[in-house]
Design a protein around this ligand. Sequence first.
Ligand code: F3S
Length: 653
Amino acid sequence: MSFEIFKTSSIGFCFGVRRAVNALYDTVAKGHGRKIYTLGSIIHNAAINTDLQKRGVRIVDSVDEISPGSTVFIRTHGVGADVYARLSAAADADIVDMTCPKVKRIHSIAQSTDNLIVAGDAAHPEVIGIVGNAAGFYRVVKDENELRDFLSVDFDPHLKYVFVAQTTFNVERFMFMRSITDEYDNIEAVNTVCTATSERQKQVDILAREVDAMLIVGDPGSSNTRKLYEIASKYCEAYLISSAGELPKNLKKYKKIGLSAGASAPDEMIEEVIINMMNENDEKVLTEDDIDFAAAIDASMKIIRNGQRVTGVVTGINNTEVQIDLGAKHSGFIPKEEFDADEEPVKVGDEVEAIVVKVNDSEGVVQLSKSRIDAIKGFETLSQAKETGEICTGKVMQVVKGGLIVSVNRTRVFVPASQAALTRNADLNAMVGSEVRLRIIEAEMKGRNSRIIGSIRSVLKEEKEAKAKAVRESLEVGKKFTGTVKSLTNFGAFVDIGGVDGLVHVTDLAWGKVKNPADVVSVGDVVEVEVKSFDPETGKISLVYKKQEDNPWNILSAKYSVGDIIDSKVLKIMPYGAFVSVIPGIDGLVHISQIADRRIDKVSDVLTAGQTIKAKIINIDYDNKKVSLSVKDASDDIDDAEQDNGGSEPEAE
Ligand code: F3S
């Protein structure tokens, strides 16, 4: 009896592990003469670790064991900020940071959060690395019970918390724990569970129900591999093997055997297992040298079926369809209109990926869809972007009910109106046709339809915060900024100087008395302001709008001196004298004793508000900002001058 082998599509190295292992082998191959260390095993796979050690790679647990002038690999789990700092300080250390981008994303959340809650195993290296990057308080909770304990004992309702998960945490459990935190407005939960893990678990869960036995390939020391084995064991006989040599002897008793592998199982190991299974199956004895491995695996699997993802080669093109050789007894075709006119035209010999839409056994043809695979690939790319938090670029296609449709790599992304801009009342129609940067915040497959939601606001907010941070860090008293007036109050104007608002107090708007800030500036005005003071603790910034060159005391000093006679308007009558205008922004006092040569009882007997008089500047007190004037002296000086002029003129007769 022979058996069929069914393999999960998600199998072996995840992208993070593949990236790290490839980089390490590349570095070893280049052999640049430096000693190569990995801080902890780069992968949970004894065979690979032994191979690496044979090639001279040293696996160490501590920075202290690394000699100067070495190349040091940080594995996908990442490390805490202290370890990174120690490595950077180590003499001439060449650091190759292979922390998985998905773990890096958690590090950056931890670095920008004052209070962090992590769902995970506190002793796991990834979690140790995450909390080692925490900017402030952190708490690791392994399950909902520990989370509830924390919420009822140590939780401070006045603080803001961010709740994340170890990437390999069980996604259902995290969602349940997240539903508990949903009741707290001050906890923001971010799903950081890696879909590479959950997707693989889901596939094993489905496949194990359909087969008689499951083989899980991987190292027993790898937690994600053990998890796959546990899932498979629930539905059928399951075997965890770390090499082809551990294949069970009695495989022929099964009709259908499922195969999957943990994230640390290399392709070669999986291939070796499949080859051995095929040999066991009394088929032609194959070796790695004489088989097209991919074709052999496909041949061992079921015939082409609806919904299957296939790759074929273009054999012909006519007006209506593109014919595809699938390397099977059926030939395939894709309707011509499914090829995007904007792409390079397809040619005979090109390799094309597609989804099987309909198998017609009697005619031996298979209808394929390229647009569906494009949609799936688009979904996969955007799901990945969601996991890593990567910023995507897209074009706004149209305004729809509730938001925008943005095309990102030819995949439709819905952006709710609330996520389309920084402000809620943005003109969405004006955005049509523009290129935007956005972050994917939801990517979900519902049947054949994908639901992808993006946020432009998240990118704009982040950019604004980064700009604001840079502005705050560059603040110095006296530094000038160009800003925009954002709002006016009766005590001054708030000015945005680059994502940060500062206050220009009413006394700093102009040199003279300002009754209403709106008399000087309006909302939306672009103004140049100078930093008067700032408080790094409270973040309060005081700005000055009035300019030194407009300082009336400087103007006064340049224009007038003591002894000058000026034309001046009487502004206010007081019992002890009269206030008169000197220049705009400076008023002076004519004391009652300086109004006339004779004694006067009341100022108003001689002067009236609004009257223009000649007055002589008799004192300028720059320190106390006071000007004294005399009408009496001015009048005497004018009389003297007239007499002088009269005496020098010739007699009329
Ligand atoms: Fe792998 Fe990175 Fe996920 S290392 S399991 S892709 S978090």
